[in-house]
Ligand binder design. Structure first.
Ligand SMILES: Cc1cc2nc3c(=O)[nH]c(=O)nc-3n(C[C@H](O)[C@H](O)[C@H](O)COP(=O)(O)OP(=O)(O)OC[C@H]3O[C@@H](n4cnc5c(N)ncnc54)[C@H](O)[C@@H]3O)c2cc1C
Length: 419
């Protein structure tokens, strides 16, 4: 593998130690590369910390669906609704929303689902060996999850999503009436339909998963460099040095996995990408009186109630307000009220609130692949709502590319040149 003098291992510098950067690092280390992760934060403590924990193999359904724009005014008007756009950010986000709208025709949606499905469907198969290597097999649980609807019309309204999934082989069971409470006794009698996806999975502690990956990387000789990457130095058309606010890192290859901040680094390499942050919130409820046996998502509210090691996590919502605005924790508090629509008997001890930045592109596809203009730089960002799910398969792809192998998943739809 090595072409360096003295047959030393080639060096890869990974910018960003979120779950995506960590999974790339572990796959690269397994192939014999000497990896350095550069991040101003401790591993896994940014967006990867607070997600809903779902390994959503079936999430090939993009954010923009035909006719979805008709629901937007209602969502925006509802303070408990799944979408919020502060007026001061509306002009800034408009071009991104326009791109999202253009990606929401039926043809586009099918194209996106075809591209995403092979990536996401590998999730659990790719995660199991990583979690085993990190000594935490208990953090990849595959016992399914469910979508709960409180009316026939809401259930029917998500029909296209079910069609897209079924057409790609996803197993789906629809429960109604008494079957709903037989499956999950704590669910409200108002839940009329429960859509169970038995092949999905979840991680009961996403932060502990990232930390376990970091520990095994460290034990294998990986270097964790505390700093913010600012740009690159180039020699003979290749990036040979990463410049940071804490010094420079000489390297043979670079992977950009800086989540919602990757756009600035792509720009330094000559690529402008419409990367936005879809801010999401969670509340973590300790000592909950109700713990569903699998994660349950509200079909209407689009938030997940996930059983976690530290209690019950209610996570979701989309707030389009950029990277710099302070969190609006009333969005998190709303999740508590909403969760009682599904679990009316829910009581709990303490409550912790969190906000995180999903790294999102308007066509719901990530950017994964080689930088067209600098052949030793690789992109691994923009996984939006499915970054935990896609991290392990993305790590496999990046390790294959760096080694000069053909990835098993078709990555052409994830090319940065599509923008
Ligand atoms: C409420 C919510 C629920 C979610 N639920 C799910 C779910 O159930 N399933 C799922 O699959 N996904 C889910 N997601 C999405 C998922 O959490 C993200 O897609 C994923 O965490 C992104 O990982 P990442 O490694 O790309 O980014 P991050 O975790 O954000 O990591 C990026 C890292 O890059 C670092 N960085 C940034 N700029 C620089 C720089 N210049 N130099 C060095 N380092 C830098 C940051 O400090 C950070 O540590 C959810 C997200 C939210 C907000």
């Amino acid at each position: 593998m090595s072409d360096r003098p003295g047959d030393m291992a080639q060096r890869v510098c990974i910018v960003g130690a979120g779950v995506v950067g960590l999974a790339c690092a572990l796959q690269l280390q397994a192939r014999g590369y000497a990896v350095t992760l550069v991040d101003p934060r401790p591993p896994g403590e940014y967006c990867s910390l607070g997600n809903a924990g779902c390994f959503s193999r079936a999430s090939c359904v993009p954010l923009g669906l035909p006719g979805a724009w008709k629901k937007v005014p209602g969502w925006l008007a509802d303070p408990l609704g799944p979408l919020s756009i502060p007026w001061r950010y509306a002009a800034r986000i408009a071009p991104w929303l326009w791109r999202l709208h253009k990606a929401s025709s039926l043809d586009q949606v099918n194209r996106i689902a075809d591209a995403l499905h092979p990536l996401l469907d590998r999730s659990i198969d790719a995660w199991v060996p990583l979690a085993q290597r990190a000594g935490v097999p208990e953090l990849v649980v595959q016992n399914g999850y469910a979508f709960a609807y409180r009316s026939e019309s809401a259930f029917l309204g998500d029909g296209l999503g079910r069609e897209l999934r079924r057409a790609r082989g996803v197993s789906i069971e629809v429960l109604t009436g008494g079957e709903v409470r037989e499956f999950e006794p704590a669910l409200s009698k108002a839940v009329t339909h429960l859509v169970v996806l038995p092949e999905q999975g979840h991680c009961p502690n996403p932060l502990r998963l990232s930390q376990a990956l970091a520990a095994v990387l460290h034990a294998g000789g990986a270097r964790f460099f505390a700093g913010k990457a600012l740009g690159f130095e180039h020699r003979e058309g290749r990036a040979n040095r990463v410049l940071t606010d804490a010094g420079q890192i000489d390297t043979d290859h670079v992977v950009i996995a800086a989540g919602a901040h990757s756009g600035e680094l792509a720009k330094a390499l000559g690529h402008v990408v419409p990367l936005e942050t879809e801010r999401g919130y969670h509340v973590m409820l300790s000592a909950p009186t109700v713990v569903p046996k699998v994660p349950v998502m509200s079909g209407e509210g689009k938030y997940f109630c996930t059983p976690m090691e530290g209690g019950l996590r209610i996570a979701g919502t989309v707030e389009l307000a950029g990277l710099d605005a302070p969190p609006n924790y009333s969005r998190a508090d709303a999740l508590v009220a909403l969760s009682r629509n599904l679990f009316p008997d829910l009581a709990f001890g303490k409550l912790e609130r969190w906000m995180g930045h999903r790294p999102s592109l308007p066509d719901s596809l990530p950017v994964v692949g080689r930088a067209p203009r600098v052949p030793n730089v690789y992109f691994a960002f923009g996984h939006g709502h499915v970054g935990l799910t896609a991290a392990a398969p993305t790590g496999e792809i990046i390790a294959a590319l760096v080694a000069g192998d053909e990835p098993e998943v078709d990555i052409r739809p994830f090319d940065i040149s599509r923008f």
